[in-house]
Design a protein around this ligand. Structure first.
Ligand code: FAD
Length: 416
Protein backbone atom coordinates (compact mmCIF):
# COMPACT_ATOMS: atom_id res chain seq x y z
CA UNK A 1 0.00 0.00 0.00
CA UNK A 2 1.26 3.49 -0.91
CA UNK A 3 1.10 6.17 1.77
CA UNK A 4 1.24 9.93 1.78
CA UNK A 5 0.97 12.63 4.41
CA UNK A 6 -0.70 16.05 4.15
CA UNK A 7 -2.26 18.62 6.43
CA UNK A 8 -5.74 18.15 4.95
CA UNK A 9 -7.23 15.33 2.92
CA UNK A 10 -10.55 16.01 1.18
CA UNK A 11 -12.80 13.16 -0.01
CA UNK A 12 -14.70 14.23 -3.13
CA UNK A 13 -13.94 16.70 -5.92
CA UNK A 14 -17.39 18.28 -6.27
CA UNK A 15 -18.06 22.01 -5.73
CA UNK A 16 -17.43 21.78 -1.94
CA UNK A 17 -14.24 19.72 -2.20
CA UNK A 18 -12.66 21.58 -5.11
CA UNK A 19 -13.39 25.02 -3.68
CA UNK A 20 -12.02 24.04 -0.26
CA UNK A 21 -8.95 22.50 -1.92
CA UNK A 22 -8.30 25.72 -3.84
CA UNK A 23 -8.79 27.98 -0.81
CA UNK A 24 -6.60 25.92 1.52
CA UNK A 25 -3.82 25.50 -1.05
CA UNK A 26 -3.98 29.21 -1.78
CA UNK A 27 -3.60 29.92 1.95
CA UNK A 28 -0.52 27.71 2.19
CA UNK A 29 -2.05 24.50 3.57
CA UNK A 30 -0.83 21.23 2.06
CA UNK A 31 -3.98 19.60 0.73
CA UNK A 32 -4.99 16.62 -1.40
CA UNK A 33 -8.42 16.08 -2.98
CA UNK A 34 -9.38 12.44 -3.70
CA UNK A 35 -11.98 12.14 -6.47
CA UNK A 36 -13.29 8.72 -7.45
CA UNK A 37 -13.98 9.53 -11.09
CA UNK A 38 -11.38 10.01 -13.80
CA UNK A 39 -12.93 13.35 -14.88
CA UNK A 40 -15.74 15.74 -13.96
CA UNK A 41 -17.87 14.86 -16.99
CA UNK A 42 -21.08 13.66 -15.43
CA UNK A 43 -24.57 14.65 -16.48
CA UNK A 44 -26.24 14.55 -13.09
CA UNK A 45 -24.47 17.68 -11.87
CA UNK A 46 -26.38 20.97 -11.59
CA UNK A 47 -25.07 23.75 -13.81
CA UNK A 48 -25.82 26.88 -11.81
CA UNK A 49 -23.23 29.37 -10.58
CA UNK A 50 -24.98 31.86 -8.35
CA UNK A 51 -24.28 35.57 -7.82
CA UNK A 52 -22.78 34.80 -4.37
CA UNK A 53 -20.40 32.20 -5.87
CA UNK A 54 -19.50 34.68 -8.61
CA UNK A 55 -18.79 37.20 -5.82
CA UNK A 56 -16.42 34.68 -4.20
CA UNK A 57 -14.69 34.31 -7.57
CA UNK A 58 -14.38 38.10 -7.73
CA UNK A 59 -12.86 38.17 -4.24
CA UNK A 60 -10.34 35.55 -5.40
CA UNK A 61 -9.50 37.71 -8.44
CA UNK A 62 -10.53 35.00 -10.94
CA UNK A 63 -14.02 36.12 -11.96
CA UNK A 64 -13.01 37.55 -15.35
CA UNK A 65 -11.12 34.35 -16.24
CA UNK A 66 -14.10 32.22 -15.22
CA UNK A 67 -16.47 34.26 -17.36
CA UNK A 68 -14.35 33.68 -20.46
CA UNK A 69 -15.65 30.09 -20.39
CA UNK A 70 -18.85 29.44 -22.36
CA UNK A 71 -21.91 30.19 -20.21
CA UNK A 72 -25.37 31.73 -20.36
CA UNK A 73 -26.24 34.69 -18.18
CA UNK A 74 -29.68 34.38 -16.62
CA UNK A 75 -30.78 37.67 -15.02
CA UNK A 76 -34.21 36.31 -14.14
CA UNK A 77 -35.88 32.95 -13.74
CA UNK A 78 -39.12 32.51 -15.62
CA UNK A 79 -41.62 29.71 -15.21
CA UNK A 80 -45.00 28.79 -16.58
CA UNK A 81 -47.73 27.52 -14.26
CA UNK A 82 -50.59 26.27 -16.43
CA UNK A 83 -51.42 29.34 -18.55
CA UNK A 84 -49.72 31.77 -16.17
CA UNK A 85 -46.20 32.75 -17.30
CA UNK A 86 -44.23 34.79 -14.81
CA UNK A 87 -40.80 35.78 -13.51
CA UNK A 88 -40.26 34.02 -10.18
CA UNK A 89 -36.88 35.59 -9.38
CA UNK A 90 -35.32 38.79 -10.70
CA UNK A 91 -31.64 39.19 -9.78
CA UNK A 92 -31.31 42.78 -11.05
CA UNK A 93 -31.83 44.23 -7.56
CA UNK A 94 -28.94 42.30 -5.92
CA UNK A 95 -25.95 44.31 -4.71
CA UNK A 96 -23.32 41.97 -6.21
CA UNK A 97 -20.87 42.32 -9.11
CA UNK A 98 -22.87 39.84 -11.15
CA UNK A 99 -26.63 40.21 -11.07
CA UNK A 100 -27.31 36.95 -12.86
CA UNK A 101 -26.99 33.21 -12.45
CA UNK A 102 -24.34 31.84 -14.82
CA UNK A 103 -25.36 28.54 -16.40
CA UNK A 104 -22.14 26.69 -17.13
CA UNK A 105 -21.61 22.93 -17.41
CA UNK A 106 -20.37 21.98 -13.96
CA UNK A 107 -17.46 20.00 -15.39
CA UNK A 108 -16.12 23.26 -16.89
CA UNK A 109 -16.46 24.99 -13.53
CA UNK A 110 -14.73 22.15 -11.64
CA UNK A 111 -11.95 21.94 -14.24
CA UNK A 112 -11.48 25.68 -13.84
CA UNK A 113 -11.16 25.34 -10.03
CA UNK A 114 -8.71 22.45 -10.53
CA UNK A 115 -6.57 24.55 -12.89
CA UNK A 116 -6.56 27.53 -10.52
CA UNK A 117 -5.64 25.29 -7.57
CA UNK A 118 -2.86 23.59 -9.57
CA UNK A 119 -1.01 26.93 -9.62
CA UNK A 120 -0.16 26.28 -5.93
CA UNK A 121 2.50 23.72 -5.06
CA UNK A 122 0.48 22.93 -1.91
CA UNK A 123 -2.38 21.42 -3.99
CA UNK A 124 -2.83 17.89 -5.27
CA UNK A 125 -5.82 16.35 -7.01
CA UNK A 126 -5.86 12.55 -7.24
CA UNK A 127 -8.45 11.35 -9.74
CA UNK A 128 -9.61 7.74 -9.84
CA UNK A 129 -9.08 7.64 -6.09
CA UNK A 130 -12.17 6.18 -4.44
CA UNK A 131 -12.27 6.63 -0.69
CA UNK A 132 -13.17 3.36 1.01
CA UNK A 133 -12.62 4.00 4.70
CA UNK A 134 -11.17 6.04 7.53
CA UNK A 135 -7.88 5.56 9.35
CA UNK A 136 -8.55 5.92 13.07
CA UNK A 137 -6.29 6.02 16.10
CA UNK A 138 -7.44 6.35 19.71
CA UNK A 139 -10.91 7.53 18.68
CA UNK A 140 -9.62 10.22 16.30
CA UNK A 141 -9.69 10.19 12.51
CA UNK A 142 -6.10 10.50 11.24
CA UNK A 143 -6.51 9.70 7.55
CA UNK A 144 -8.35 8.04 4.67
CA UNK A 145 -7.98 4.84 2.70
CA UNK A 146 -8.64 4.84 -1.01
CA UNK A 147 -8.48 2.57 -4.04
CA UNK A 148 -6.61 4.26 -6.84
CA UNK A 149 -5.56 3.32 -10.36
CA UNK A 150 -2.09 2.61 -8.85
CA UNK A 151 -3.49 0.35 -6.12
CA UNK A 152 -4.46 1.03 -2.50
CA UNK A 153 -3.46 4.37 -0.96
CA UNK A 154 -3.43 5.54 2.65
CA UNK A 155 -3.40 9.29 3.24
CA UNK A 156 -2.45 10.53 6.71
CA UNK A 157 -3.83 13.99 7.52
CA UNK A 158 -4.33 16.39 10.43
CA UNK A 159 -7.83 16.96 9.08
CA UNK A 160 -10.06 14.75 6.92
CA UNK A 161 -12.94 16.51 5.14
CA UNK A 162 -15.91 14.55 3.82
CA UNK A 163 -17.08 16.45 0.72
CA UNK A 164 -18.19 13.29 -1.06
CA UNK A 165 -21.81 14.24 -1.60
CA UNK A 166 -25.16 12.93 -0.44
CA UNK A 167 -24.14 9.25 -0.49
CA UNK A 168 -21.02 10.13 1.52
CA UNK A 169 -18.92 7.13 2.50
CA UNK A 170 -17.02 9.37 4.95
CA UNK A 171 -20.08 10.28 6.98
CA UNK A 172 -21.28 6.66 6.94
CA UNK A 173 -17.92 5.30 8.14
CA UNK A 174 -17.67 8.04 10.77
CA UNK A 175 -21.03 6.94 12.19
CA UNK A 176 -22.40 10.50 12.22
CA UNK A 177 -26.13 10.54 12.87
CA UNK A 178 -28.47 11.88 10.18
CA UNK A 179 -31.82 13.64 10.34
CA UNK A 180 -33.94 12.78 7.26
CA UNK A 181 -36.63 15.16 5.98
CA UNK A 182 -38.05 13.26 2.99
CA UNK A 183 -39.06 14.53 -0.45
CA UNK A 184 -42.28 14.03 -2.44
CA UNK A 185 -40.49 13.75 -5.78
CA UNK A 186 -37.75 12.17 -7.88
CA UNK A 187 -36.37 13.44 -11.17
CA UNK A 188 -35.98 11.71 -14.54
CA UNK A 189 -32.87 13.19 -16.14
CA UNK A 190 -32.21 12.97 -19.91
CA UNK A 191 -30.99 14.93 -22.93
CA UNK A 192 -32.77 16.16 -26.03
CA UNK A 193 -31.04 17.99 -28.86
CA UNK A 194 -31.26 21.78 -29.06
CA UNK A 195 -31.96 23.68 -32.29
CA UNK A 196 -30.91 27.18 -33.33
CA UNK A 197 -34.39 28.72 -32.99
CA UNK A 198 -35.13 27.19 -29.53
CA UNK A 199 -35.45 29.50 -26.52
CA UNK A 200 -32.10 30.42 -24.90
CA UNK A 201 -33.17 30.71 -21.27
CA UNK A 202 -33.77 27.77 -18.96
CA UNK A 203 -37.40 26.72 -19.08
CA UNK A 204 -39.61 25.59 -16.18
CA UNK A 205 -43.09 24.30 -16.91
CA UNK A 206 -45.67 23.36 -14.25
CA UNK A 207 -48.95 21.72 -15.24
CA UNK A 208 -51.55 19.36 -13.80
CA UNK A 209 -49.54 16.49 -12.26
CA UNK A 210 -46.31 17.46 -14.07
CA UNK A 211 -43.18 19.56 -13.73
CA UNK A 212 -40.59 19.84 -16.47
CA UNK A 213 -37.28 21.73 -16.32
CA UNK A 214 -34.97 22.30 -19.30
CA UNK A 215 -31.42 23.62 -19.00
CA UNK A 216 -29.63 24.98 -22.06
CA UNK A 217 -26.31 23.14 -22.55
CA UNK A 218 -25.47 24.61 -25.96
CA UNK A 219 -26.21 21.88 -28.48
CA UNK A 220 -28.56 19.96 -26.20
CA UNK A 221 -31.16 20.44 -23.48
CA UNK A 222 -30.55 18.82 -20.12
CA UNK A 223 -34.09 17.89 -19.13
CA UNK A 224 -35.52 17.14 -15.68
CA UNK A 225 -38.97 15.54 -15.59
CA UNK A 226 -40.21 15.63 -11.98
CA UNK A 227 -42.33 12.66 -10.87
CA UNK A 228 -43.96 11.70 -7.55
CA UNK A 229 -41.46 9.78 -5.42
CA UNK A 230 -41.33 6.07 -6.22
CA UNK A 231 -43.59 6.35 -9.33
CA UNK A 232 -41.04 5.50 -12.04
CA UNK A 233 -42.27 1.90 -12.44
CA UNK A 234 -45.87 3.06 -13.02
CA UNK A 235 -44.64 5.57 -15.57
CA UNK A 236 -42.67 2.89 -17.39
CA UNK A 237 -45.71 0.58 -17.40
CA UNK A 238 -47.65 3.26 -19.29
CA UNK A 239 -44.96 3.00 -21.98
CA UNK A 240 -42.39 5.21 -23.68
CA UNK A 241 -44.81 6.72 -26.27
CA UNK A 242 -46.96 8.08 -23.40
CA UNK A 243 -43.86 9.56 -21.79
CA UNK A 244 -42.77 11.17 -25.06
CA UNK A 245 -46.28 12.66 -25.44
CA UNK A 246 -46.11 14.08 -21.93
CA UNK A 247 -42.79 15.80 -22.73
CA UNK A 248 -44.15 17.17 -26.01
CA UNK A 249 -47.27 18.52 -24.27
CA UNK A 250 -45.18 20.36 -21.68
CA UNK A 251 -42.67 21.71 -24.21
CA UNK A 252 -44.42 21.80 -27.63
CA UNK A 253 -41.24 23.06 -29.35
CA UNK A 254 -39.67 19.68 -28.51
CA UNK A 255 -42.41 17.60 -30.15
CA UNK A 256 -40.21 17.23 -33.27
CA UNK A 257 -37.43 15.46 -31.35
CA UNK A 258 -38.97 13.44 -28.50
CA UNK A 259 -38.38 10.44 -30.83
CA UNK A 260 -34.70 10.72 -29.76
CA UNK A 261 -35.86 8.88 -26.62
CA UNK A 262 -35.62 5.38 -28.17
CA UNK A 263 -35.67 3.46 -24.90
CA UNK A 264 -35.62 4.02 -21.12
CA UNK A 265 -31.86 3.46 -20.77
CA UNK A 266 -30.73 7.11 -21.23
CA UNK A 267 -33.55 8.33 -18.94
CA UNK A 268 -31.84 8.24 -15.54
CA UNK A 269 -33.64 8.29 -12.22
CA UNK A 270 -32.22 10.85 -9.76
CA UNK A 271 -33.63 10.23 -6.32
CA UNK A 272 -34.15 13.40 -4.32
CA UNK A 273 -33.15 13.29 -0.68
CA UNK A 274 -33.04 16.02 1.94
CA UNK A 275 -31.18 15.41 5.18
CA UNK A 276 -28.74 16.97 7.65
CA UNK A 277 -26.13 15.63 10.04
CA UNK A 278 -26.83 16.37 13.69
CA UNK A 279 -23.11 16.82 14.24
CA UNK A 280 -20.90 17.64 11.25
CA UNK A 281 -17.59 16.64 12.87
CA UNK A 282 -15.60 14.25 15.02
CA UNK A 283 -12.06 14.55 16.27
CA UNK A 284 -9.95 14.91 13.08
CA UNK A 285 -12.94 14.90 10.70
CA UNK A 286 -15.44 17.40 9.25
CA UNK A 287 -18.24 17.00 6.69
CA UNK A 288 -19.35 19.85 4.40
CA UNK A 289 -21.63 20.33 1.39
CA UNK A 290 -24.14 17.57 0.62
CA UNK A 291 -22.16 15.17 2.83
CA UNK A 292 -23.26 17.31 5.80
CA UNK A 293 -26.68 18.28 4.40
CA UNK A 294 -28.13 16.74 1.22
CA UNK A 295 -30.04 19.49 -0.57
CA UNK A 296 -33.22 19.25 -2.59
CA UNK A 297 -32.91 20.49 -6.20
CA UNK A 298 -35.59 23.11 -5.36
CA UNK A 299 -34.24 26.55 -6.26
CA UNK A 300 -31.00 24.99 -7.51
CA UNK A 301 -29.07 26.21 -4.47
CA UNK A 302 -27.13 23.12 -3.32
CA UNK A 303 -23.98 24.04 -5.23
CA UNK A 304 -24.05 27.50 -3.74
CA UNK A 305 -24.37 26.12 -0.23
CA UNK A 306 -21.52 23.68 -0.84
CA UNK A 307 -19.30 26.56 -1.99
CA UNK A 308 -20.31 28.72 0.99
CA UNK A 309 -19.44 25.85 3.36
CA UNK A 310 -16.01 25.61 1.73
CA UNK A 311 -15.39 29.36 2.11
CA UNK A 312 -16.41 29.34 5.79
CA UNK A 313 -14.29 26.22 6.47
CA UNK A 314 -11.21 27.81 4.91
CA UNK A 315 -11.83 31.09 6.78
CA UNK A 316 -12.00 29.29 10.11
CA UNK A 317 -9.48 26.48 9.66
CA UNK A 318 -6.71 27.62 7.26
CA UNK A 319 -4.69 29.43 9.94
CA UNK A 320 -4.75 26.67 12.59
CA UNK A 321 -4.20 23.99 9.89
CA UNK A 322 -1.03 25.66 8.66
CA UNK A 323 0.48 24.89 12.08
CA UNK A 324 -0.95 21.42 12.71
CA UNK A 325 -4.09 19.60 13.87
CA UNK A 326 -7.28 21.52 14.52
CA UNK A 327 -9.23 21.16 17.74
CA UNK A 328 -12.80 19.92 18.19
CA UNK A 329 -13.65 23.51 19.14
CA UNK A 330 -12.32 24.71 15.72
CA UNK A 331 -14.54 22.14 13.98
CA UNK A 332 -17.55 23.04 16.11
CA UNK A 333 -17.18 26.66 14.93
CA UNK A 334 -17.59 25.57 11.30
CA UNK A 335 -20.88 23.83 12.05
CA UNK A 336 -21.97 26.77 14.20
CA UNK A 337 -21.29 29.14 11.31
CA UNK A 338 -22.98 27.08 8.58
CA UNK A 339 -25.80 25.26 10.33
CA UNK A 340 -28.20 28.19 10.54
CA UNK A 341 -27.99 29.13 6.81
CA UNK A 342 -28.44 25.43 5.99
CA UNK A 343 -31.46 25.01 8.26
CA UNK A 344 -33.12 28.14 6.86
CA UNK A 345 -32.51 27.08 3.24
CA UNK A 346 -33.75 23.53 3.81
CA UNK A 347 -36.81 24.89 5.63
CA UNK A 348 -37.71 26.99 2.58
CA UNK A 349 -36.99 24.04 0.22
CA UNK A 350 -39.21 21.75 2.29
CA UNK A 351 -42.00 24.35 2.33
CA UNK A 352 -41.83 24.62 -1.48
CA UNK A 353 -41.64 20.83 -1.87
CA UNK A 354 -44.71 20.36 0.31
CA UNK A 355 -46.82 23.39 -0.74
CA UNK A 356 -45.95 23.85 -4.41
CA UNK A 357 -44.42 20.65 -5.82
CA UNK A 358 -46.67 18.20 -3.99
CA UNK A 359 -49.67 20.40 -4.94
CA UNK A 360 -48.70 20.34 -8.64
CA UNK A 361 -47.84 16.62 -8.75
CA UNK A 362 -50.98 15.45 -6.96
CA UNK A 363 -53.50 17.68 -8.81
CA UNK A 364 -53.72 15.64 -11.99
CA UNK A 365 -57.09 16.81 -13.32
CA UNK A 366 -57.38 20.54 -12.84
CA UNK A 367 -54.43 22.86 -12.47
CA UNK A 368 -54.45 26.18 -10.69
CA UNK A 369 -51.20 27.91 -9.75
CA UNK A 370 -50.45 27.58 -6.03
CA UNK A 371 -51.29 30.60 -3.82
CA UNK A 372 -47.62 31.63 -3.33
CA UNK A 373 -47.17 31.77 -7.12
CA UNK A 374 -50.33 33.84 -7.64
CA UNK A 375 -49.00 36.24 -5.01
CA UNK A 376 -45.69 36.60 -6.90
CA UNK A 377 -47.64 37.32 -10.09
CA UNK A 378 -49.73 40.00 -8.34
CA UNK A 379 -46.93 41.76 -6.43
CA UNK A 380 -43.74 41.91 -8.58
CA UNK A 381 -41.78 43.42 -5.66
CA UNK A 382 -42.03 40.04 -3.89
CA UNK A 383 -39.82 38.49 -6.62
CA UNK A 384 -36.88 40.04 -4.80
CA UNK A 385 -37.30 37.45 -2.04
CA UNK A 386 -36.68 34.34 -4.19
CA UNK A 387 -33.98 36.32 -6.03
CA UNK A 388 -32.16 36.86 -2.75
CA UNK A 389 -32.70 33.29 -1.53
CA UNK A 390 -31.51 31.77 -4.81
CA UNK A 391 -28.89 34.35 -5.75
CA UNK A 392 -27.22 35.03 -2.42
CA UNK A 393 -28.63 32.57 0.07
CA UNK A 394 -28.75 33.08 3.81
CA UNK A 395 -25.67 34.79 5.29
CA UNK A 396 -23.36 34.69 2.25
CA UNK A 397 -19.69 34.07 3.03
CA UNK A 398 -16.72 36.19 1.99
CA UNK A 399 -13.13 35.09 1.48
CA UNK A 400 -10.94 36.08 4.44
CA UNK A 401 -7.97 33.83 3.67
CA UNK A 402 -4.93 35.28 1.94
CA UNK A 403 -3.09 34.25 -1.20
CA UNK A 404 0.33 32.82 -0.37
CA UNK A 405 1.57 33.92 -3.77
CA UNK A 406 1.07 37.52 -2.62
CA UNK A 407 2.42 37.23 0.96
CA UNK A 408 6.07 36.13 1.32
CA UNK A 409 5.62 35.21 5.01
CA UNK A 410 2.85 32.76 4.23
CA UNK A 411 4.87 31.33 1.36
CA UNK A 412 7.48 30.41 3.88
CA UNK A 413 4.80 28.70 5.98
CA UNK A 414 3.59 26.81 2.92
CA UNK A 415 7.01 25.32 2.28
CA UNK A 416 7.06 23.63 5.74
C1 FAD B 1 -31.77 16.11 -9.51
C2 FAD B 1 -30.92 17.16 -8.84
C3 FAD B 1 -30.66 18.35 -9.54
C4 FAD B 1 -29.93 19.37 -8.91
N1 FAD B 1 -29.73 20.55 -9.58
C5 FAD B 1 -29.06 21.54 -8.96
C6 FAD B 1 -28.82 22.79 -9.62
O1 FAD B 1 -29.20 23.00 -10.78
N2 FAD B 1 -28.14 23.75 -8.94
C7 FAD B 1 -27.68 23.56 -7.66
O2 FAD B 1 -27.07 24.48 -7.08
N3 FAD B 1 -27.87 22.40 -7.03
C8 FAD B 1 -28.53 21.38 -7.64
N4 FAD B 1 -28.71 20.20 -6.98
C9 FAD B 1 -28.05 20.00 -5.67
C10 FAD B 1 -26.55 19.86 -5.91
O3 FAD B 1 -26.30 18.87 -6.91
C11 FAD B 1 -25.77 19.49 -4.64
O4 FAD B 1 -26.29 20.19 -3.52
C12 FAD B 1 -24.28 19.84 -4.81
O5 FAD B 1 -23.76 19.13 -5.93
C13 FAD B 1 -23.46 19.49 -3.57
O6 FAD B 1 -22.08 19.65 -3.84
P1 FAD B 1 -21.01 18.76 -3.08
O7 FAD B 1 -19.66 19.19 -3.55
O8 FAD B 1 -21.28 18.79 -1.62
O9 FAD B 1 -21.32 17.25 -3.54
P2 FAD B 1 -21.31 16.60 -4.99
O10 FAD B 1 -21.58 17.60 -6.04
O11 FAD B 1 -22.20 15.42 -4.91
O12 FAD B 1 -19.81 16.12 -5.17
C14 FAD B 1 -19.31 15.00 -4.47
C15 FAD B 1 -18.07 14.49 -5.20
O13 FAD B 1 -17.52 13.42 -4.45
C16 FAD B 1 -17.16 12.36 -5.32
N5 FAD B 1 -17.22 11.13 -4.52
C17 FAD B 1 -18.32 10.49 -4.06
N6 FAD B 1 -17.96 9.41 -3.35
C18 FAD B 1 -16.61 9.37 -3.37
C19 FAD B 1 -15.64 8.49 -2.81
N7 FAD B 1 -15.99 7.41 -2.09
N8 FAD B 1 -14.32 8.76 -3.01
C20 FAD B 1 -13.93 9.83 -3.75
N9 FAD B 1 -14.81 10.69 -4.31
C21 FAD B 1 -16.13 10.47 -4.12
C22 FAD B 1 -18.21 12.43 -6.43
O14 FAD B 1 -17.74 11.80 -7.61
C23 FAD B 1 -18.37 13.94 -6.58
O15 FAD B 1 -17.44 14.47 -7.51
C24 FAD B 1 -29.43 19.18 -7.58
C25 FAD B 1 -29.68 17.97 -6.90
C26 FAD B 1 -30.42 16.97 -7.53
C27 FAD B 1 -30.70 15.70 -6.77
Amino acid sequence: MKTMSVRCCIAGGGPAGMMLGLLLARAGVNVVVLEKHVDFLRDFRGDTIHPSTLEVMHELGILERLLTLPHQKTPRINAQFGDLALTVADFSSLSTHCRFVAFMPQWDFLNFLAEEAARYSTFQLRRQAEVTGLVEEKGSVVGLRANTSDGPLEVRADLVVGADGRHSIVRAKAGLSIEEFGAPMDVLWFRLSRRANDPGDPVGRFDAGRIFIMLNRGDYWQCGFVIPKGSRDQLQERGLPAFRDAVAQLAPFMADRVGELHDWEPIKLLTVQVDRLRRWYRSGLLCIGDAAHAMSPVGGVGINLAIQDAVATANLLAAPLRDGPVTIEDLRKVQQRREWPTRMTQRVQLAIQNRVIRHVLTNRDRFSPPFAIRLLALIPFLRRIPARMIGLGVRPEHVHTSDTKDTPASMEAASH
